[in-house]
Write a protein that binds this ligand. Structure first.
Ligand code: SF4
Ligand code: ZN
Length: 370
């Protein structure tokens, strides 16, 4: 009994030290944020159009990254998620709602003709590196402003936003569905893994799988789709552990009849605990070999008739992103294969992926240690 108490108290101490470290890394990063000038706040962080996998076919996506004051979880007491550095794009002060509406106008004025005249179907993703339903970032009035603009653009067939669980409720989903009548709507949630321990201790996410399941139910009741982000290789997992975790997560989400799974291999972002561990040689972003293994082991072609599985890794083929041996040929082949799979949703496009490069031998040796 005494032993158990000692063990618990040392693990509590460890967790406390760990959470202090996360907070201090975040505080340092927050101090480096720049003040963005007034006119620049009328423009988003970025926006672009590219070929993409829509829910049933290949089309195009217009992605808009809005500039807000940043994710409340990242700015709050806990220091935010251990791999996320998006707060560095946010403004140091409040971004008012008029400026946010101008950011939307700026993009639509730029892109409306291209979208309307295109034969391809479009999806619109509005991301704010935080939560679309968090009133502190995007007000009810601005949400309505966005819905009114988007509903009139006929060629936009799908609309996706992202939010933490605590800001989502039935009323907001019902409203989203009603206002965007005729379009497929999807809420993206960074659940990262189905494992509560990995999510809340290693990622510092502050989210329970039980609550995610409740929101999934509310989404279903309101016929709003749900996209789950999964993080491939959270800090403190080695390659083999990360593969098991991701396979397990995909299987569980498929059983729950989720609409979309987006696999995000961890990329090293500035001012994060992941970056701190990476500099200390205690973390390596995942190998492409692992991602392909996850896809092959977790999915059947039958699954892909009901769930869309996508992955568009940031920093792919570089030291900070998912990579194999960094040889140009090896990285390019892997990226092309992944893209081909995402567009086609055909598992056959992943076959024989492992015979490509001899870095696979090094990978096999490393995957239990690093
Ligand atoms: S991953 Fe999402 S919830 Fe976590 S800090 Fe980043 S924006 Fe916030
Ligand atoms: Zn290689």
């Amino acid at each position: 009994m005494l032993k158990l108490v000692r063990k618990n108290s040392s693990s509590n101490n460890y967790q406390q030290l760990f959470s202090e470290r996360i907070k201090s890394i975040r505080q340092k990063a927050l101090k480096k944020r720049k003040r963005i000038s007034g006119t620049d706040l009328n423009r988003p962080v970025s926006f672009w159009i590219k070929k993409d996998r829509l829910i049933r076919e290949v089309g195009k996506t217009l992605t808009i990254i809005l500039r807000t004051k940043g994710c409340s979880w990242s700015l709050g007491e806990t220091g935010g998620c251990t791999m996320c550095g998006y707060i560095q794009d946010a403004n140091i002060e409040e971004v008012n709602q008029k400026q946010l509406q101008s950011q939307i106008d700026y993009v639509l004025n730029n892109k409306i003709n291209e979208i309307s005249e295109d034969d391809e179907k479009y999806s619109l993703k509005i991301f704010n590196s935080g939560s679309f339903f968090d009133e502190n970032e995007i007000s009810e009035e601005t949400r309505q402003y966005i819905y009114e603009k988007v509903v009139t653009i006929e060629n936009i067939k799908e609309f996706t936003i992202e939010s933490r669980l605590e800001y989502i409720d039935a009323e907001k989903l019902k409203d989203l569905k009603e206002k965007l009548k005729g379009k497929y709507t999807e809420v993206a949630i960074g659940i990262e893994t189905v494992n509560d321990y990995f999510r809340n201790i290693y990622i510092n996410k502050g989210m329970r799988f039980e609550d995610f399941k409740n929101i999934l139910q509310i989404c279903k009741e309101n016929t709003v789709g749900l996209k789950a982000y999964l993080l491939l290789k959270p800090p403190f997992l080695n390659e083999a552990g990360a593969i098991d975790d991701c396979i397990n997560s995909i299987r569980k989400l498929i059983d729950l009849k989720i609409n979309t799974i987006s696999i995000n291999p961890l990329n090293i972002q500035r001012g994060t605990l992941a970056e701190y561990l990476w500099y200390k040689n205690k973390y390596r972003p995942p190998w492409f070999h692992s991602l392909f293994k996850v896809l092959r082991k977790s999915l059947t072609q039958k699954d892909l008739a009901t769930v869309r599985v996508i992955s568009d890794p940031s920093g792919a083929g570089t030291k900070r992103g998912i990579h194999n041996c960094l040889k140009r040929e090896c990285e390019k082949t892997a990226q092309n294969r992944l893209q081909h799979f995402v567009f086609s949703q055909e598992l056959a496009s992943l076959e024989n992926v492992e015979v490509e490069c001899d870095c696979r031998r090094k990978y096999q040796l490393q995957k239990y240690f690093y």
